[in-house]
Design a protein. Structure first.
Length: 229
């Protein structure tokens, strides 16, 4: 098995084989929590215009997502797992657009298989890849808005790689180092708590909380559908 770690939008464009599009804070952690909360479908889309169009066509769908971290006008929820945890999502279809994660999905045009990646289901992702015996795996760290590297996505990619290679990984130490990184302070400042609540940090760093994998497949122009497997 050939494993590569790629970065951001350009990395998504280069991904091939089985692409794992990683967005720990917070897109693909959120999608795990939404599916675990009973959502029927999640539809990752690239542009907010596509999201609004789908909502107009399907008024019963919910809108979730952000730009620059903040909830978009007219959306039902932002990109926050803690907010989603307080909602009744059972049977709902949720349109999801973000600055990084969903952009990676829409740009992974050369991949054969696309999985979304997060710490909360990283172990399940590695097990599925091993079971399927994919020959090439592209672990894509989407970073901050798809433009700057993010330590949490790199951590997740390295963890999945270690599992695939049968190597040990000190998650406790890795998470301690992550907590010290200046990039995560937005979750612990009162002035940014409305956009980046502290609970989101802890929910997104609960490694291997879920035992399912989310695979996405094209469902129209700029639209994908998430399947729980």
């Amino acid at each position: 098995m050939e494993i590569e770690i790629l970065q951001m939008i350009e990395g998504a464009r280069k991904a091939r084989g089985c692409a794992v599009i990683i967005d720990v804070f917070r897109a693909f952690s959120l999608e795990c929590y939404m599916m675990a909360g009973g959502a029927d479908k999640v539809l990752p889309v690239g542009s907010k215009e596509t999201a609004y169009r789908l909502k107009e066509e399907h008024p019963d769908y919910l809108l979730a997502g952000e730009r620059h971290g903040a909830i978009l006008p007219g959306f039902d929820l932002g990109n926050s797992p803690s907010q989603a945890a307080g909602m009744n999502l059972k049977g709902k279809t949720i349109i999801h657009t973000t600055s990084a994660g969903t952009q990676g999905v829409t740009n992974a045009e050369h991949a054969d298989i696309i999985l979304t990646g997060s710490l909360v289901n990283a172990g399940a992702i590695a097990r599925l890849i091993q079971e399927k015996e994919y020959r090439h795996v592209s672990l894509v760290c989407m970073g901050l808005e798809g433009k700057e590297p993010a330590p949490e996505d790199q951590l997740c990619a390295e963890y999945i790689r270690s599992l695939l290679k049968g190597e040990t990984f000190d998650m406790e130490s890795a998470l301690k180092d992550l907590r010290k990184d200046p990039s995560v302070e937005k979750f612990f400042r009162s002035e940014t708590a409305d956009v980046f609540p502290e609970e989101d940090y802890w929910m997104c760093t609960m490694a291997d909380r879920f035992d399912f994998v989310l695979q996405v497949e094209p469902a129209g122009k700029d639209v994908f559908e998430t399947h729980r497997i």
